[in-house]
Design a protein around this ligand. Structure first.
Ligand code: ATP
Length: 377
């Protein structure tokens, strides 16, 4: 819509050393963060990690204890919320129950004294695909539709940054998944910066260009979703973004493109570029990991057929569950405790049942590693 393209191009968000303490409690540790204009950025973390507080400091709803907030190149730290080029969408929508959908969306324009609102409201309703529902009251709409009204009502004010605080939290899982794609489409269409707070890793990964994983009031890791998933830099991030198989190991040979690790009498290879340990040298303790869908399973009797040059680890099947798209195995290993393996499209081998001796194997390229002496959470 031309409405979207007019004056609502995205603004960047720059946080410099912002922190928030409540009495003796630090909710957000000093934080530096830049969100590029026009990107979809997610703050991801468990309850209490400080993501909402961070969002509220961007909105101006919370005063930072230290640091500055810049929006679109302008220091807004001292400005109240309504003077910032932002709008916030909350989980509870906060629609006006006595106004119909059209008037809910028109509200911001009318308040600013805009006389002819019809074209803009019409475009906004089209953008969120609610043109047909204009004359209904909020309570006549589904949760997902109400959420889209809330988004339209915020966007009509031409914010340069839209802040979303768990906006899909009240929806059931299926609707939530639909709305994730819908919000992503809207963001792409209007091109403004979205900063989205969620505790749902799948949601952050589906929608965002960049995800900041927060833990204990600080950003633990920042990156593109696939990069965070494939190269987690800590136990917390590895576990928060999915199932991780972590193996305690030691660097036995460094210097080449591949590191050689030893975990007891097992040798593993790890691409040096995928090891985020601060010092990569012989004797360094690391955690090596591999995602369950990257690991294949061979019955111990077939060990001879495993290709050369792959990582391998012996174990015994503890549990096997067929879930349609894959079979999920839980394997007991001596070296690394329980590991998960998701096998797709395999001919179901009648021998791969609980109790069977197996060998897990995977391409070393799929291995990631990080320093083992970090705080383990
Ligand atoms: P949630 O998803 O549960 O909202 P969150 O990651 O968004 O969690 P915040 O709401 O940012 O977390 O809160 C971070 C921490 O700061 C929490 O431990 C919370 O109890 C604390 N906190 C937040 N607001 C206040 C306040 N006004 N006074 C005291 N402590 C607060």
């Amino acid at each position: 819509t031309d409405l979207a393209k007019n004056d609502s191009s995205g603004g960047d968000v720059r946080l410099s050393g912002i922190s928030k303490t409540y009495g003796a409690f630090t909710a957000v540790q000093p934080l530096d963060l830049t969100v590029p204009a026009g990107s979809f950025f997610a703050l991801l973390g468990a309850s209490g990690c400080g993501k909402t507080t961070t969002l509220r400091m961007i909105a101006g709803l919370e005063e930072p204890t230290t640091g500055t907030v810049e929006l679109a190149g302008k220091d807004v730290t001292a400005l109240p919320p309504y003077k910032r080029p932002v709008n916030t969408v909350f989980q509870n929508y906060a629609l006006f129950p006595h106004l119909d959908i059209y008037e809910n969306v028109a509200f911001g324009l009318r308040r600013r004294g805009v006389k002819s609102v019809k074209k803009q409201v019409g475009e906004m309703l089209d953008l969120v695909q609610l043109g047909e529902q204009a004359r209904k009251k909020p309570q006549q709409l589904s949760g997902g539709q109400q959420q889209r009204v809330a988004v339209a009502r915020a966007l009509i004010n031409h914010p340069q940054v839209l802040l979303l605080d768990e906006p899909l939290g009240a929806l059931d899982l299926k609707l939530r998944r639909q709305m994730q794609l819908e919000l992503k489409r809207i963001q792409t269409e209007v091109g403004i910066t979205f900063v989205h707070v969620t505790h749902d890793q799948e949601e952050a990964m589906t929608m965002a260009d960049t995800v900041a994983v927060m833990n204990g009031g600080r950003v633990e890791q920042l990156g593109a979703p696939a990069d965070l998933y494939e190269n987690p830099g800590s136990t917390f991030v590895a576990n928060f973004l999915g199932t991780s198989n972590l193996i305690a190991a030691e660097i036995a040979e460094a210097g080449g493109e591949q590191l050689l690790l030893t975990a007891g009498d097992t040798k593993l290879r790890l691409p040096a570029a995928r090891c985020s340990a601060s010092s990569v040298r012989t004797g360094e303790k690391v955690l090596a990991g591999v995602r369950p869908e990257k690991v294949a399973l061979a019955h111990a009797d077939d060990a001879g057929s495993i290709p050369e040059g792959v990582n391998r680890l012996p174990g015994r099947i503890k549990d096997a569950g067929f879930i349609g798209v894959s079979t999920q195995y839980l394997i007991d290993t001596q070296r690394a405790g329980e590991l998960a393996v998701y096998e797709q499209n395999i001919e179901r081998d009648g021998r791969l049942v609980p109790g069977a001796e197996v060998i897990l194997h995977w391409n070393p390229a799929h291995t990631f590693g990080f320093s083992a002496d970090q705080d383990i959470t």
